[in-house]
Ligand binder design. Sequence first.
Ligand SMILES: NC(=O)N[C@@H](CC(=O)O)C(=O)O
Ligand SMILES: [Zn+2]
Ligand SMILES: [Zn+2]
Length: 428
Amino acid sequence: MYTGNNILIKNGRLIDPANNVDQICDLFIKDGYVSEIGQLDNDCDHVIDATGKIISPGLIDVHVHFREPGDEEEETIASGSMAAVAGGFTSVVCMPNTKPAVDDATSIEFVHRMARQARKTFVYVMGAITQGRKGTDLAEMGLMQKAGAVGFTDDGAGIQDASIMTRALKYASMLDTVVSQHCQDLSLGSSGVMNSGYNSTVLGLPGMDPLAEEMMLWRDIQLVKRIGVRYHAQHISTAGSVKIIREAKQQGVPVTCEVSPHHLLLTDDCIYEYDTNYKVNPPLRTKADIAALREAIKEGVIDCLATDHAPHLKSEKELEFLAAPFGIASLECALSLYVKALIEPGIIDWPQLLALMTHKPASIIRIEKGTLAKGSIGDVTIIDPDAEYTINAEKFYSKSRNCPYHNWNVRAKVERTIVAGEVRYSAD
Ligand SMILES: NC(=O)N[C@@H](CC(=O)O)C(=O)O
Ligand SMILES: [Zn+2]
Ligand SMILES: [Zn+2]
C-alpha cells in the first residue's frame, strides 16, 4: 500500500554539480523535499532502484514556447508540461510570444494557473518587455514581476530601438531582474529565412547575416556596461557572438548566455531539400560556428543549455520554405541531443553537462533550485546514461511534430521525473 509522499531512490550515481557531489548513494525524499543522502535503509513503500542510473537535480530549461493562449492546437501549457517532464525537465520558463503576448500581470497569472492545473512541471514565465511585443512602449514590468515574472524578453524579436532598450535595461536594473534578448538587428535584413552564405546563394533563399545577431549583442553589452543590469543572450549561434560574450565576461560585464541543441548539431547544409523542420531562428549556421560554440561550452563561456522548444503545426511547416514558421520542437529529446553534441565527442562530462542544465540556469532566473542538497525541493531526474533508443517524434507528448531529429539513434534516456516529491513521469 502507498502510504505517503516519501520516495527512496537506491544505489544511483548521484550527481549534484552545485555541491560537487558525484557518488554512488541513496536519496530519500520526504514530504516533497530532499531529506537524506547516503547509504540509507529507511522504511519506505516507494523504492526506486537506480542501479546504473544517474540521479540528477531536476533539469531546468529557461527557454520554451508553449502556445497558450492563442495557438492551443500547437501546444497547450498542459501538453508542453507533459513534454517537459518526459524530457526530464522539472522547471521550464515560458516565453511571452503567445497571442496575445504575455505583457501584463493577469497573463502571467493565467500561465501559472494553467500550469498548476496541469500538475506536471514547474512553469515560470518571462513577461514581454514591450506592450504587445511591438518594440515601442514598455510593458508594466514591475507589475509583472510582482505577479511572478522571472525576467523579461520580446523573444521572437529583439528590441530594435536602442533608446527603448536603454529604458528597459534601466527598469530591469531598478527591479533587479534579468533582460533576455533575442539578438537580431532587423536593419540588416528582415526577410531572411536561413543563414546567409554559400548555401543560401545556391538554394536561392534570402539569407540572415551572422552580423545581425552580433551587432545587437555588441550594442546591448555597451548599454549593459553603462547601466549595470543582468543581461541574458538567448540562443546564440555564431562564432562571433562567442567572442563578444567571452570578452564581455573578461571585463566583468554581468552577461550570461544560452545555446540550443540545434546550434550544436545541425548546419545550413541540412537545408538542401528545403525541409522546413530545419527552419529556425537564429538559423542553423556552419561547422565553424558549431565548433566555436562547443569550445565555448568546454571553456565555461556558455552559462546554460536551453531548448528553445518551438512547436508548430504540421500544416504550417508544410508551407514552402519562405512562408513556413521558424522553430524546432525538442523538449522530449533535448538531453540525448546534448549528450550527442557534448558528451560523446568528449567535450564535457556528465557533471559538467548537468551543471549547464540545473543550477546554472536556476541562477540566471534566480530560483532556489537545481541542487539536491538536504532541504531542497524534491525535483529529481533519473537518467539511464547508456540506454540507446530511436527518437520517434510521432510519440511525443508535445502536440507538435516539427522535429528534425525524428529517427535519430541516440543515448541517455529519462527514466523518471520527480517533481516536488511526486513521480510525474515514468518511462515504463
Ligand atoms: N526559435 C524559433 O525559431 N522560433 C520561436 C521564436 C524565437 O525563439 O525566436 C517561436 O516562437 O517559434
Ligand atoms: Zn528567439
Ligand atoms: Zn524562443
